[in-house]
Ligand binder design. Structure first.
Ligand SMILES: Nc1ncnc2c1ncn2[C@@H]1O[C@H](COP(=O)(O)OP(=O)(O)OP(=O)(O)O)[C@@H](O)[C@H]1O
Ligand SMILES: [Mg+2]
Length: 262
């Protein structure tokens, strides 16, 4: 797809700096196809699959705030893997194939639909800023928003008509995405409730494989979810980084610890 950064592997490899090899990834012979803010996408031995390498880099506010957080790659890979496995057991098709090591997973290659699909169960973040909605207000029914994945435009909120005009997805793609996204939301609410965590909101990305099947892709981790401890309302997600609350990775690790023991 014209909008997918992965449709331009040659440019991307050139941007990365020439060697085309990743020092961080599982295999030093895997070519880096795309260097993202939080992950690298690498070629795998099989043309149908990519290796997704989770980095320690943290960014916020459209890349204006940056840091390296030791252990982030490992914990985000582990949490994402657990969530993809749980969703697959519950009938949600995703790109996840298997975990290769602490920071790397094997995923099915997809053409990413250049939309961030955001589900909000409770008001927080940009929704409150933009519309003056009070933080912590419950949103019933769940609010679903689309954002255009376009760094140069700072990922703007788009309507279904904007999506149609830009040719990012068809109305039938959107209807399929919305149905799956709401199903994922229901499953994720239960998943986190069991470990005493409130799922405030989260971001999903979808893609299509070469047979045209819609697959949930990218990652689901505290980088792209708002997660509050149900008892204390303590923030356990990337807002700790955005708001300089400290103990970012400790909170991510606590999420994973609870998931492992659940
Ligand atoms: N299965 C997949 N097949 C192809 N591309 C994928 C797959 N899963 C995730 N991606 C893409 O790989 C990239 C992962 O890198 P990362 O999340 O660090 O990117 P980013 O810096 O956030 O940039 P972007 O704005 O593209 O999301 C993203 O562009 C994501 O859309
Ligand atoms: Mg990303």
């Amino acid at each position: 797809m014209a909008h997918s950064k992965l449709s331009l592997p040659v440019n991307r490899v050139a941007q990365i700096g020439g060697s085309g090899y990743s020092p961080a990834a599982m295999s030093d012979t895997s070519k880096v196809l795309y260097e993202g803010k939080a992950k690298q996408v690498l070629e795998s031995a099989d043309p149908q699959h990519y290796i997704l390498h989770f980095k320690n880099s943290a960014t916020a506010f459209n890349n204006k705030k940056k840091a390296e957080l030791e252990g982030k790659g490992v914990v985000n890979q582990k949490i994402s893997a657990k969530i993809f496995q749980y969703l697959q057991e519950n009938g949600i098709a995703s790109h996840y194939v298997k975990t290769l090591n602490d920071t790397d997973m094997l995923v099915k290659k997809v053409t990413i639909i250049p939309l961030e699909v955001v589900l909000r169960n409770t008001a927080a973040g940009s929704l409150c800023k933009r519309l003056g909605i009070k933080e912590k207000q419950e949103l019933n029914p769940t609010l679903l928003e689309f954002y255009y994945k376009k760094d140069e435009l700072e990922d703007p909120l788009v309507t279904e008509d904007h999506i149609r005009i830009l040719g990012l997805a068809t109305p039938s793609d959107l209807s399929e995405i919305k149905t799956v996204a709401h199903k994922i939301n229901g499953l994720m609410i239960t998943f986190f409730e069991k470990i005493g965590v409130k799922l405030v909101d989260f971001k999903l990305e979808f893609g299509r494989d070469d047979r045209g099947h819609l697959l949930l892709a990218d990652e689901i981790s505290p980088d792209g979810c708002r997660l509050w401890d149900m008892k204390t309302m303590e923030i356990m997600d990337k807002d700790r980084f955005r708001k300089d609350l400290g103990n970012v990775i400790e909170s991510y690790n606590e999420i994973y610890r609870r998931l492992e023991n659940s």
